[in-house]
Design a protein around this ligand. Sequence first.
Ligand SMILES: *[C@@H]1O[C@H](CO)[C@@H](O)[C@H](O)[C@H]1NC(C)=O
Ligand SMILES: *[C@@H]1O[C@H](CO)[C@@H](O)[C@H](O)[C@H]1NC(C)=O
Ligand SMILES: *[C@@H]1O[C@H](CO)[C@@H](O)[C@H](O)[C@H]1NC(C)=O
Ligand SMILES: *[C@@H]1O[C@H](CO)[C@@H](O)[C@H](O)[C@H]1NC(C)=O
Ligand SMILES: *[C@@H]1O[C@H](CO)[C@@H](O)[C@H](O)[C@H]1NC(C)=O
Ligand SMILES: *[C@@H]1O[C@H](CO)[C@@H](O)[C@H](O)[C@H]1NC(C)=O
Length: 411
Amino acid sequence: MDCRPHHSCKQAETSLIVMRSFSAFLIAVIITASRSTSWASVTIPLTKLERAGSYLQGSAHADRARASFLKTTSGPKTIPATNLVYIQYTTSVGVGCPPTYYNLIVDTGSSNTFVGTGKKYVRTSTSVPTGQNVTVNYGSGFFSGIEYNDTVTLAAGFVIANQSIGDALKFANFDGVDGIIGVGPVDLTQDTLFPDTDTLIPTIMDNALKQGLIKQRIFGISFAPATTSNDTNGAITYGGIDPAFYTGNITYAPVTKIHPAAHYWGINVTDVTYGTHTVIPRSTAGIVDAGTSLVVLADDFFFRYLQAIPGAYLDVNNTGLIVIPPSSVAGMQPLNFTINGRAFSMDTAAQLIPLNENAIWGIETGVQYGVITNLGADSGRGSDFILGQKFMEKYYVVFDCQSQTRWLCVH
Ligand SMILES: *[C@@H]1O[C@H](CO)[C@@H](O)[C@H](O)[C@H]1NC(C)=O
Ligand SMILES: *[C@@H]1O[C@H](CO)[C@@H](O)[C@H](O)[C@H]1NC(C)=O
Ligand SMILES: *[C@@H]1O[C@H](CO)[C@@H](O)[C@H](O)[C@H]1NC(C)=O
Ligand SMILES: *[C@@H]1O[C@H](CO)[C@@H](O)[C@H](O)[C@H]1NC(C)=O
Ligand SMILES: *[C@@H]1O[C@H](CO)[C@@H](O)[C@H](O)[C@H]1NC(C)=O
Ligand SMILES: *[C@@H]1O[C@H](CO)[C@@H](O)[C@H](O)[C@H]1NC(C)=O
């Protein structure tokens, strides 16, 4: 049957040790490997989900809630997935044998995988309770339930055995999706189990590597602006980088040393400009997060951006989004983030919500809203920006936890 494990534990452990012993060469290996298809990797299509309903208006507020949760959390603790956003990427994941398929949010900002918030968990002979309860709080929601080991099918022939997953029995703010596939660092699973609060839950990346499904602890995510609703225009590649999704050179950035961003896929930007205006004047840590819809800046940075656009204001009491007068749109400038010496630019279109999407966002028609929003707190707290989905729609992002130092690479 399709969902049988393909490798024994013994083989997998051997391959893990081999990988570790080569850790000194890993960065070189990655660069070479990016042009090769000789190692195991698989690319899975992602569906961009557009949700209907009034909660769509909460997107900017949900992103802020996620951000503030992250900032007030100390140590390696589980963080937020944005559940109230307009657009999120989901991927179809099979659980059990035979598998039941669930649409799970792809979240780089959390690390637990669970089902049950939409379609209920269907237990099969491969479903083994681990004896643990699980609870994860996100910035704008939560789930709690029972932890199981089960067989997880990411794609045909790409099947993980004994993957620990949650069955969500109570939850809030997961409208329209069945759960999350958490591809953040494993430390974020700490304190999510009970009674074994100190036990980490190996992520799907950990198990895929251990069971020999992938040879490198790397995944790449490709997002793109949607042209239709429910657009399957994104892709996640487990186990490597897919050159089909980018051109030119990849820029590597080490995961930042600044906390709390360091617990996530956090990086430094050295400066951010909007045209000739300085938005972020110094090296500052923040995160890249597929589970956040917008691009979020600490308030002091955000207001520099806002003030550089004539007549723009923050619709603070309603949508939480920036409103840009039509007369200012033509004069908008690129918003450039410098990451490891290279500018990553969001052009005018990338900074705006397309007017023909307003109805689906649940925001006033004919009003020009933007995707850059504020954190709700000034900078200086160790995570001062989030490059969310709207940034990732412009650039391919590679999440590389191969070596001891994690790297994040964008093109
Ligand atoms: C769950 O799977 C892990 C390996 O991924 C294993 O170590 C653990 O013993 C399993 N737990 C149960 C209850 O089968
Ligand atoms: C999964 O766990 C079972 C026991 O719970 C064990 O017999 C089996 O070898 C494990 N398979 C893998 C691939 O870890
Ligand atoms: C990529 O890097 C190589 C070597 O540093 C350089 O020669 C080349 O011009 C770069 N290509 C692009 C598109 O930047
Ligand atoms: C990131 O920036 C901080 C200053 O904000 C600096 O201390 C640190 O060395 C930089 N690099 C890394 C990888 O954290
Ligand atoms: C937002 O609401 C507060 C309190 O009701 C009010 O004082 C403020 O003027 C409102 N701001 C805008 C921009 O409408
Ligand atoms: C911002 O990036 C764009 C595109 O790379 C570039 O043309 C522009 O010169 C950059 N602006 C600044 C101020 O660096």
